[in-house]
Design a protein around this ligand. Structure first.
Ligand SMILES: C[S@@+](CC[C@H](N)C(=O)[O-])C[C@H]1O[C@@H](n2cnc3c(N)ncnc32)[C@H](O)[C@@H]1O
Length: 325
């Protein structure tokens, strides 16, 4: 990293600072995926944030004072030495044009479902549907509930999570986006506290990292709450509960949208009779599925085991998982 003092004296422009960060990050072998995907973008983001400059333009030649440079370098050092995701250092994460508060009580917002809500309103069902009641299950920071609120301007939304810490962060975001009148935060173990409530749309980005993968996660990901990531031995514990119970909470004609990692093969092997629809996302067409209520309640749709972990199902899914990763 070199001497901090000499770096502060030598760096004189925004562009030079960002390049220095990029070099340091590459040398340190950081891992990305919490808002940016590479060293350059990460360094530019932290530089612009620290200097309180707009994020859409890098004023390469703009001079920085020694004090400003020191602020940037401090962020670089924290990012490298603590392996802290940038969003936890800046307390913000962006989904499209929307800014969310984030800290270590929640996973950093980055869902493929956000992409579908933001960039793909052409998805026929979402564009045409008149959603009056929606549920964001496993809401974390509340980011997806807020996007639902923006997308469906007249809908009332429940945002549920088992973590009181997460709900505290969600309440900050709901308030900042002025959606307190339409979004209710509910402390709930999946559907448990929702009673008989029914929705036109249920979305969920639940925990879905397999137990074996949890142990090998890069340090940046280990800074996030394990509760938000750990999905059991085959990564499908949450999906299993959601698929079993969602129909009881969907209105006729209602839709379920679930993010499950790159688990399409595992999911389709476990529930071979469910006609999942896998929309394209930037992560591919194996990350998010759609199912209607009608498809969930069709006789035999859940299969003989209903997706429960029997010996045969576990063996099959674990070999499928090995070939996936
Ligand atoms: C992958 S994070 C998703 C957060 C948010 N939806 C997003 O996209 O950024 C999963 C969330 O599920 C919550 N969770 C874990 N187990 C749960 C349970 N049994 N019932 C409800 N929520 C749960 C965690 O607290 C975490 O906030």
């Amino acid at each position: 990293m070199g001497s901090r003092k000499s770096a502060v004296v030598a760096l004189t422009t925004v562009g030079a600072l960002a390049r220095r960060g990029e070099r340091w990050f590459k040398n340190a072998g950081l891992v990305y995926g919490h808002g940016t995907t590479n060293a350059r973008d990460e360094a530019i983001y932290l530089t612009l944030h620290a200097l309180k400059l707009p994020l859409d333009h890098l004023p390469e030649k703009r001079a920085v004072t020694a004090t400003q440079a020191a602020q940037v370098i401090k962020l670089f050092e924290q990012r490298i030495l603590q392996r802290t995701p940038a969003a936890y250092l800046t307390h913000e994460a962006w989904l499209g044009k929307y800014r969310f508060y984030a800290d270590e009580r929640v996973i950093v917002p980055r869902s493929y479902i956000a992409e579908l809500l933001l960039q793909n309103p052409a998805l026929a069902w979402l564009a045409k549907s008149h959603v009056r009641r929606a549920l964001d299950l496993c809401t974390g920071s509340g980011c997806l509930a807020v996007l639902l609120g923006k997308h469906f301007r007249h809908a009332r939304i429940d945002a549920a999570d088992i973590s009181g810490d997460a709900l505290a962060v969600a309440s900050v975001n709901v308030r900042r986006h002025r959606l307190r009148k339409r979004i209710s935060l509910v402390k709930s173990d999946y559907f448990r506290a929702l009673g008989q409530r029914r929705y036109d749309l249920i979305i969920s980005n639940p925990p879905y990292v397999r137990t074996a993968m949890m142990r090998t996660l890069p340090q940046e990901y280990q800074r996030e709450p394990a509760l938000a990531l750990a999905g059991g031995s085959d990564g499908l514990d949450a999906v299993r509960i959601i698929l079993t119970q969602a129909a009881d909470h969907l209105n006729p004609g209602g839709l379920l949208i679930v993010e499950c990692g790159h688990a399409r093969e595992r999911v389709e092997r476990t529930w071979p009779r469910l006609p999942f629809l896998w929309p394209d996302t930037s992560g591919g067409d194996d990350c998010v599925f759609f199912l209607t209520r009608d498809e969930l309640v069709r006789p035999g749709a859940m299969g003989v085991f209903g997706g429960r972990k029997s010996h045969s199902v576990s063996r099959r899914t674990s070999s499928a998982s090995n070939s996936l990763n």
